[in-house]
Ligand binder design. Structure first.
Ligand code: 6GU
Length: 259
């Protein structure tokens, strides 16, 4: 195993710590944990509960359905997590609450968060947390406009996005630089063997060995796919001269195709 420096430390506050084995034990992210590029510690607010029954939730003042996570066990867990990060010498820790009312996660948000050496993530359950806990929270992040039963899957989603951007996590074959969204476009289509599958051929240019032609074909494919599936992304993007030219070609081809 290659010796390496921890690049990102996660401390997770969760009532369901076992769920995080999904990210720490499998695939690309599992390898990053094993190689010590990222470090994870889990904090269960239940262990900070003061009463005999280890209560962590209670009914909401004012009535209504559902339970809330109580302030005290959560805040104690957050503080313990921050102390651990500070003992590790991490100066730029951020406390993030995963919640549907937070800022939407995007590739740009992921890049911004990569400036942190340590992140404390709160994964809440039930109807959420006592509002007063927000004094301990720096940011609220959501992964989309829908509601999950808890913040754990959201936390793992964000962690995965962050981890794969760290240097040394992906090998050359898995490089993140050509992923969708990196340059504001969707990734182009890909083909593998066999050359012919049920009468469908791999595009000739990909077999040509001409790297410049292949690069142009792929860029044009990316533009075509983005135009078709996510025109909103294209509208936000600053196009290079080459991209503008290819997009014009696509529009002309589409007009000709529709006549
Ligand atoms: Cl971050 N948490 C929960 N519970 N639901 C969500 C979410 C987060 N993002 C979208 N839905």
């Amino acid at each position: 195993m290659r010796a390496s420096k921890v690049l990102l430390t996660f401390d997770i506050v969760t009532l369901m710590p076992e769920m995080f084995s999904a990210i720490s034990d499998y695939g690309v992210t599992g390898r990053a944990f094993k190689e010590n590029i990222v470090n994870l510690n889990l904090w269960n607010p239940r262990e900070f509960s003061m009463d005999l029954h280890k209560t962590v939730d209670d009914r909401t003042y004012g009535g209504g359905p559902g339970m809330l996570m109580m302030a005290n066990p959560l805040v104690e867990a957050i503080e313990a997590a921050k102390v651990r990060q500070s003992n590790l010498g991490i100066k730029s820790s951020k406390v993030i609450h995963m919640t549907p009312r937070g800022k939407l996660l995007s590739h740009n948000e992921v890049k911004r968060l990569l400036s942190c050496k340590g992140i404390v993530i709160i994964s809440s359950r039930y109807e959420g947390i006592d509002e007063r806990v927000n004094d301990w929270i720096d940011e609220e992040i959501s992964i989309g406009d829908y509601v999950l039963s808890g913040g754990e899957l959201a936390a793992m989603t964000m962690m995965d996005c962050l981890i794969r951007q760290l240097p040394g996590v992906l090998n050359d074959d898995e490089s993140a630089t050509q992923d969708s969204f990196v340059d504001g476009l969707l990734d182009h289509s890909h083909f593998t063997r066999p050359e012919v599958f049920k009468d469908m051929k791999v595009p000739e240019v990909l077999l040509s060995g001409n790297h410049e032609k292949i690069r142009l074909w792929r860029l044009k494919e990316s533009l075509k796919l983005t135009l078709k599936k996510r025109p909103d992304l294209l509208a936000q993007k600053l196009l290079t001269k080459e991209e503008t030219r290819l997009l014009k070609e696509i529009q002309i081809e589409q007009e000709q195709g529709s006549i």
